[in-house]
Design a protein around this ligand. Sequence first.
Ligand SMILES: [Fe+2]
Length: 327
Amino acid sequence: MDGDRRPLVAAAAIDAGSLPFGSGLLALVRPALARLPAGGVVALISGSAALREDLPRWCRIEHHDYLGCDPADGARDRHLVARGPLGGESGAALDDAMPALGDPRSGFAPRGARVEPGAPAYPFTLLDREHVAPPEIADLYRQAAGASWSVEQDIPWQRIPPLPDALEQAVGQVMGFLAQNELSALYVPARFLPRVHPAYAEVAMFLATQLADEARHVDAFVRRARRAGTLGVATVTTAHSLLTLLEAAVRRRAATLAGTGGVPAPVQDLVLLAAGSTDPAALERGADAFRTLLETMHEARIRRLRSAGFAADQAARLSELHTPNFM
Ligand SMILES: [Fe+2]
């Protein structure tokens, strides 16, 4: 043992019997070190000869200082270990503030954990707080997590009345179309999640609540379609429209829709549902109701965009890009 470095007194002593390294020894050593400040020394009394190699190796990996060993009572060793800078401070206040910049080398370490130097860089690309994490994100996550609902329990499936066959067919088509769109609503934002640096974990967790919500939408629409006995036809126009969501932004989507001749929604089925019957006069009223629905959606979108801070002309332009898609 290096006599110059050896402290006179260990702050804590552990009698480990003859426990070998791989049999729970660390359950004794780690907490004893964690209770000490950096540089504090633990004495470990052990009858396991293998520890003379295993303990120094573990100390190197965990950045503790192995100070050596000498004979204790009888055939046993007395090892001395000084706590390193990363040893863990029980009861220390955790720094929970989101950093201005996420360090790619902290990987999935939860915010506040001490990160050992030398870890590999992770491929997160959304790294700066300014653009990724609004200050209220933790509240938004808690609200969203607390407001979840159940497709099974919160929809009164038994109370849905049977409809005439033509209307059930229309319901199936509309529900199938909605499920197709909801699947895209699940997949498109999911692509952002692995890009968010875990220093802003609440952003990823909030996104996860939105994904769970979209999953419920898919579930609900598919269930209703199955009750109708059909999921309708998934059209090429809708396929083109949704592919652009995976590939690009809303402007390209609108251009694609214009190129494929218009509205991917199952308009006739919505008109029929609004009419409630195949009577021609009722269908005319249904068509009026559908036009009113489009107009109402357009106005509601403008209101939401305005409240999100868009100028009136921007809001109108964005909403017009959206309207032909129906969804
Ligand atoms: Fe949805």
